[in-house]
Design a protein around this ligand. Structure first.
Ligand code: NAI
Length: 472
């Protein structure tokens, strides 16, 4: 027997988009139900994505820095890896944040319900858990059901040696030889984690570059580091077949312009992108329009084609980023609660949390060239930054793209430690419509990495004193 219940707003999915939407709507006085198929709130980002991977990357970075210290007079013995303790640390970080979300929900009287939600109509969902079925009727619904790892055809099914980002983060063991398929964000972040814990890591990337969507000048310092850390980086290459041996090792055929190569790996991590979870929702029982790529189309108010149903986060399309989902979630909650709000950011930062970090926001040079958008740039090499030299980060760089007429910031790219933190200044500059002088005349503290942002603007305005650039 199904139970029945009515709520003003139901949110499907409790990731950074879903819980932000639920909490914002509750703060605006709505009666909100948050439905989550997992036992814990927080979605992929908190439970098996951003947070656990960054916890592990923190360990990788310290291992690398401890090794570097031996070159400047402080020598530690080689690290001993206690996988169980590392797992416990990672799980503790996750559970602390899970509890935080639970507390925040309780404080706001946001009710949560565990179970898989599917639509019955434009104003009803069915939520099924192990022991219960509940029919929820709603005034408004916000879909925040996220995405899942894409796989490539021909992989052995449910094979213990084929990892996705989710199972790779379980850290079952440290494979001797790991092949990462896909040289994008997840592949490089998790590849670096496994390499620093002792795996011999190879990457196979279909396109000619790592992180193909980013400007290659800011990827280059990372590529150089990975060349030393990984056993091989195979570009313009594709996996043709993966076959299992009886001991669960995997025989992989890789095709490149140099020919066909066959190699045996202990494990393979598949990180070739993500696909929206639209197929889990029985969405065809509603009037919500799903486009040919499987994403739910929304307008700038996060409204779907069905007026009382909103959608946010990965399920509405790229970029699949937690911070984008959070902002969309707040807009959806505000519009659904009858308040004016719109999703119109000028820039959404992207960060690859490897060591060094790679970050960019706004216009990239790639996009500018592709779309014939005029730009000029100021670039500051970190070799001239005192703080970067102290940190052994002189390979880093900060660049800013400017509108040649207004001198306003169009985009920025940064590579080096803390690039992910530094890029926020660029995002703010773009949102505020700042021009080169606004940045170069802002007093930045010395010595910091932050001052490289002002220095890049000074290079552009011709007022830099930390470099000597002969006038043309
Ligand atoms: P991705 O799109 O970043 O990278 C996938 C890579 O795989 C691409 O370079 C693509 O050319 C390559 N590829 C595709 N098919 C291939 C094949 N058959 N053989 C070899 N290479 C192939 O996707 P990824 O790394 O799986 O991440 C998925 C999404 O998750 C990203 O779009 C990102 O938005 C999000 N994410 C963001 C993070 C962050 O912000 N730091 C961290 C992790 C994920």
């Amino acid at each position: 027997m199904s139970q029945k219940k009515h709520v003003e707003i139901v949110v499907i999915g409790s990731g950074p988009g879903g819980y932000a939407a639920a909490f914002r709507a509750a703060d605006l006085g709505k009666k909100v139900l948050l439905v989550e198929r997992d036992n814990d709130l927080g979605g992929v980002c908190l439970n098996r994505g951003c947070i656990p991977s960054k916890a592990l990357l923190h360990i990788s970075k310290i291992i690398h820095e401890a090794k570097y210290l031996s070159t400047i007079g402080v020598t530690y013995p080689d690290p001993k890896i206690d996988l169980e303790s590392i797992r416990a640390y990672k799980n503790k970080v996750v559970s602390q944040l899970n509890n935080g979300i639970k507390q925040l929900a309780k404080a706001r009287k946001v009710e949560s319900l565990q179970g898989l939600a599917t639509f019955k109509s434009n104003d009803e969902i069915l939520v099924v858990s192990e022991n219960n079925e509940t029919i929820i009727s709603f005034d408004k619904c916000i879909i925040a059901a996220g995405s899942s790892s894409s796989l490539i055809p021909g992989l052995p099914k449910n094979h213990p040696s084929v990892l996705t980002s989710k199972t790779a983060l379980d850290l079952i063991d440290i494979p001797k030889k790991l092949l990462v398929i896909g040289g994008g964000v997840i592949g490089l972040e998790l590849g670096q984690v496994y390499a620093s814990l002792g795996s011999s890591v190879s990457v196979v990337e279909f396109l000619p570059n790592l992180i193909p969507g980013a400007d290659q000048d800011i990827v280059k310092p990372l590529h150089r580091r990975l060349k030393k850390q990984f056993s091989s980086i195979m570009l313009s290459s594709k996996v043709v077949s993966v076959k299992s041996n009886s001991d669960n090792t995997l025989v992989v055929e890789i095709q490149s312009d140099k020919g066909l190569k066959t190699e045996t790996y202990d494990k393979v991590l598949v990180s070739v992108g993500r696909k929206p979870n639209t197929n889990l929702l029985n969405i065809s029982s509603t009037d919500v329009f799903v486009n040919k790529n499987g994403y739910i189309d929304v307008d700038e108010y996060q409204r779907t084609s069905q007026k009382n149903i909103f959608a946010i986060g990965d399920i509405v399309g790229n970029p699949m980023l937690a911070h984008k989902a959070t902002h969309e979630g707040k807009v959806a909650a505000e519009v659904a609660s009858g308040h004016p709000a719109v999703m119109d950011p000028k820039a959404i930062p992207s960060v690859v949390y490897t060591d060094p970090e790679v970050a960019w926001t706004g216009l990239t040079e790639l996009e500018a060239k592709e779309n014939n958008i005029p730009y000029e740039k100021g670039e500051f090499p970190w070799a001239a930054s005192g703080k970067a030299i102290i940190l052994n980060a002189s390979q880093g760089k900060t660049k800013i793209l400017f509108d040649p007429e207004t001198k306003q910031v169009l985009g920025a790219g940064i590579v080096g430690p803390s690039a992910g933190d530094l890029i926020s200044e660029a995002a703010l500059a773009i949102e505020m419509g700042s021009d080169a002088e606004d940045i170069s005349l802002t007093v930045h503290p010395h010595p910091t990495l932050g001052e490289t942002f002002a220095a890049a603007a000074e290079v552009y305005t011709g007022t830099i004193t930390d470099l000597y650039i002969p006038s043309k």
